[in-house]
Ligand binder design. Sequence first.
Ligand code: SF4
Length: 315
Amino acid sequence: MPQPFTDDALAPPIPPAPEDVHSRVIDWFSEAARDLPWRRPECTPWGVLVSEIMLQQTPVVRVLPRWEDWMHRWPTPGACAAAPQSEILIVWDRLGYPRRALRLQAAAEAIVERHDGAVPADPQALRALPGIGEYTAAAVACFAFGIPEVVVDTNIRRAHARIFTGAALPGQTYTAAQRRLARDLMPATDDDGGRRACAWNASSMELGALICTARSPQCAICPVADLCAWRAAGSPPPTEEQKTRGQAWAGTDRQVRGAIMAVLRGGEPVDAEALLAGLPLPEADDEQRRRCLETLVADGLAQRRGDVVTLPGVL
Ligand code: SF4
């Protein structure tokens, strides 16, 4: 297990040598990494892709049961592509941002059509799938196929910012300078075909998720405490530009849409007026309720025929 560092540790060089940080973080990961099903050797590239889509803006603890259920029902892209949309949305349950579920199914359909049902390893081919952005393509290439793409999520951006630039937080936007830093920090791939680079991606992401968290970094047990530029600078608070906006939930359209979807996931056709009137959100006025139902229909997450509303494909 990593040894705790004390406050009187020697002041580090600023910024630290990337190789030193790589070794510490990768060694820490080998001991401390969570045992997640999509990290196990037997997990398929499809399982990795499903996990990456589900984990977008969603905590691991909420994803785990949904991922298990999804992979049990649809262990291959072909099985997912053939499933009714309504079932896809029911199994997505309350993971939030349910358009991700439909995009994941669209990606499965494209994998069947373009790649004979096998998730492609090539990052460009991954990027060309519906709903797959730069991050997800890089993460699947790296974690499923061992291809040393530069993987940068919010956890990695925060760890990079603190360790190497001394910033408290990386800010809202993924800047060109951060992109350069992430690329420059990647371990060389000449000697090992990229194994260390992929280990760096996974381990720095885990460090950001478990130790170098946004609100309360656990510097006392951090494996790079004596190398960290932010800590060496006295752990200054974030500037206004570095702060991220918290995502409100109560009173938002997201909350109202979520409440409508919760009713529709019952799987039965419902009367639109009764549905809207019965939402347990007293602060949501009639206009907001109607607007949210309309946007769900426009997004393909709900279907309306006259007075009746259902999940897509039910009527
Ligand atoms: S010492 Fe603290 S701020 Fe620096 S990387 Fe570790 S947890 Fe993050």
